[in-house]
Structure formats: structure tokens, C-alpha cells
Design a protein around this ligand. Structure first.
Ligand code: SIN
Length: 327
């Protein structure tokens, strides 16, 4: 049998591996119909193993997409993506000359600015351009494996700060807009995530930083943090870890958001591209063990008291602290 083709005769579906590090096509399934347990388990296992799974020629309704997603868990509502008002968990990417695509042409895992990012995303092509508008994926488990042993050891246990920074551009400049932005910053405060997460099902180690949402490595100065992040972000750009998906109408792609990043190629504008998407609730990422913070020599600054850890004395207050104290 071809090395890239896998067939399990006892499985209710056919899974054909289409990339060395990630992606498989699934056939012998009809997504307009409810999935029985055996089919669900086979699809779920294929998702974890291949990280990106593709279903071709599935002319499904929005309800079918929602039902398919719900088979894996609760659907989540993205605070900043365009959605269907009555069913806010149904994202509608309806792009054309009057509505250019926004914010998805950057490598990312979905919503890592939340404490519990989605475990998976399902995207359905309703009306795609003749050429262009591909979606690219990178296996971040392969990307982690591809790092040197030294780098793997160095980043294991580190933590990074994630923020919804790209979506701040959706807020305007007026005073009202600024107040609204502050409200959303309070609702979605920056989250600390492990730099290397352990996939909860496969146990694989996954590089868990992305250029869309990761803003800093905790405990490093800005220059160190920036250069380390640049090095780690570069892993997703290496073709060996990538799969580039070319869409046809009625194709559905599901990705394991715990182990892949994706990038929507915005080359098709001003053509029309219409996609529907749902995301499925995930767990709080668990990292590999952290270094003992007391073993670190530097950055023992305590924001609350303004004192450093060396003398223990109280430093003069900063102007914003005085203003806040004065009410
Ligand atoms: C996204 O989910 O980030 C968008 C993917 C796409 O439109 O291809």
C-alpha cells in the first residue's frame, strides 16, 4: 500500500493521509446525517492523528454544520468575528469587494487570548473564488519536534502572554469607542499560556505561541522576548510543517486547534468568498513543567508594592499610583 494511504477496514470511514506531517481526507461519510458513535469516534481519532481533516462534496446546511460541531462539544461564541445574530456561534465570513477580509491573514491558533481556547474549528466553503483564497495550516507538534534539543529544553516551562491585539483595530477613535475598548479589555484580559503545551489526547508537545495573539514571553526583557518569539513564530513558516488547502464549494475542513496554526490567504479580494465556521469549546492548555520562579535571578519586581526583591524597601510611588490613590 502507498505509504501515504491508510485504510482501516474495520473503520466506518475511509481516511486518506494527504500530507506527511498533517492533513487527511475523509470519505464514506455523509455530513447531512447524524453521526453514529463509531463514526464519531473514527472522525475524532483522525482529527487528533492528522490534525487537519478534509471532507469533500458535502452539501450541508448551516444546521448540519452546527450539529456536526456539537457532536464534539459545546460551540463557542467568538467575541470579535462576524456572526449570525440568532445563532452567534455560527461565524459568517462573507467577503467581497465591499467587505474585504480582515484579521485572518496572520498565523494563529484560534482565540489563544482566552483562558480556554477552542479545541477545534470547522470551516465550510459555501461560495469560493475560482482561484485564490486558500487556507494554510502548520503542524505545531511537528514544528516543536523540528526545534533543536537545546531549544526544546530552553522553552519548556516558559510562559507567554496572549492578547486580542489585532481586534483592537475594530474599535474606532471616538471617546465612546475608547470606553468600549476598555470594557472589552477588562472582559478579555491578557492570558498567560504555556509556550509548550501538551496535547490533552495525543500527549504530543506543541509549540503554543502565534504572531497574531502572543505579545511577550514572561520574565524576559522586551528584546529577548521579541527575538525568541520571532524565532518560534518562524517555525510555522517552514514548508515541511505546512499543508495548503485549496477550497471547492461544499468542502469542510476541521482542524485541531490544540496542535495547528492556520493562515487565510487574502489574495482573492475583491472576489467573493463566503464561508461558515463553528468552534468547539476546549480546555485550559497544560504546559510542560515550569522552572522554579525563585531560581530566577532577575525581574522580581512586584507591581503591587513597587518594591524590588533586593532591599525590600518601598520605592517612591509612580504618578499614576498617586493619582489612583487620590481617587
Ligand atoms: C480563520 O478561521 O481564521 C479563517 C480561515 C479562512 O477563512 O480560510
Amino acid at each position: 500500500m502507498d505509504k501515504l494511504v491508510e485504510q482501516n477496514t474495520s473503520s466506518p470511514i475511509t481516511v486518506k493521509k494527504t500530507g506527511v506531517n498533517l492533513s487527511a481526507e475523509i470519505s464514506d461519510i455523509d455530513l447531512t446525517q447524524p453521526m453514529d458513535d463509531a463514526t464519531f469516534e473514527a472522525v475524532d481519532a483522525a482529527l487528533v492523528e492528522h490534525e487537519v481533516i478534509v471532507f469533500r462534496d458535502q452539501e450541508i446546511s448551516s444546521e448540519n454544520l452546527i450539529d456536526f460541531g456539537r457532536r464534539f462539544g459545546e460551540l463557542t461564541v467568538h467575541p470579535f468575528s462576524p456572526n449570525d445574530g440568532d445563532r452567534p456561534y455560527l461565524i459568517l465570513f462573507k467577503n467581497d469587494e465591499n467587505n474585504p477580509p480582515f484579521g485572518t491573514d496572520c498565523w494563529h491558533s484560534d482565540e489563544t487570548f482566552r483562558e480556554c481556547p477552542p479545541m477545534a474549528t470547522v470551516l465550510c466553503a459555501k461560495d469560493v473564488p475560482e482561484v485564490g483564497g486558500d487556507t494554510m495550516f502548520a503542524s505545531m507538534s511537528a514544528a516543536f519536534d523540528g526545534l533543536s534539543d537545546r531549544m526544546q529544553q530552553f522553552i519548556s516551562g516558559l510562559e507567554a502572554v496572549h492578547d486580542f491585539k489585532v481586534f483592537k483595530n475594530l474599535f474606532g477613535e471616538s471617546e465612546e469607542d475608547r470606553k468600549n475598548l476598555i470594557e472589552y479589555e477588562l472582559r478579555y484580559p491578557p492570558q498567560v499560556q504555556p509556550v509548550v503545551r501538551v496535547h490533552p489526547v495525543s500527549g504530543k508537545k506543541v509549540l503554543w505561541v502565534n504572531p497574531q495573539f502572543t505579545i511577550a514571553i514572561k520574565g524576559m526583557d522586551e528584546r529577548e522576548s521579541r527575538s525568541l518569539l520571532d524565532t518560534l513564530f518562524h517555525q510555522a513558516l517552514i514548508p515541511e510543517y505546512q499543508y495548503r488547502h485549496k477550497w471547492r464549494n461544499h468542502t469542510i475542513v476541521m482542524w485541531d486547534n490544540r496542535s495547528v496554526q492556520h493562515y487565510a490567504v487574502h489574495d482573492y479580494y475583491p472576489s467573493r468568498r463566503f464561508m461558515e465556521r463553528v468552534t468547539i469549546e476546549g480546555d485550559k492548555p497544560v504546559g510542560v513543567p515550569a522552572a522554579d520562579p525563585d531560581s530566577l535571578r532577575k525581574f522580581k519586581f512586584h507591581a503591587k508594592t513597587g518594591s524590588d526583591s533586593h532591599g525590600g524597601h518601598t520605592a517612591p510611588k509612580r504618578q499614576f499610583q498617586r493619582e489612583l490613590d487620590a481617587g
